[in-house]
Design a protein around this ligand. Structure first.
Ligand code: F3S
Length: 78
């Protein structure tokens, strides 16, 4: 499985991820991206039909804020 999460500390609100992978990412009112599936917790496995889009977002983010892992990200209760 693959998991993804946006580093919102480094996201510069360019919006590219939501354009290339709209099934995974969206942007909030400030333009900061998040993973829609799990409110950016990075704990929901991404369906393999979206892996290519996720890879495009990963490679296309100008601030390298898209994180991808084969393990779920630590869940944070904040
Ligand atoms: Fe932010 Fe990168 Fe997406 S800058 S809006 S995470 S493409």
């Amino acid at each position: 499985a693959k998991y993804t999460k946006v580093n919102q500390e480094t996201c510069i609100a360019c919006g590219a991820c939501a354009d290339v992978a709209p099934d995974i990412y969206d942007v909030n009112d400030e333009g900061i991206a998040y993973v829609t599936l799990d409110n950016n917790k990075g704990t929901s496995p991404i369906s393999d039909e979206f892996w290519e889009d996720m890879e495009d977002a990963f490679e296309g983010c100008p601030s390298e804020s898209i994180q991808v892992s084969s393990q779920p990200f630590e869940s944070k209760y904040d």
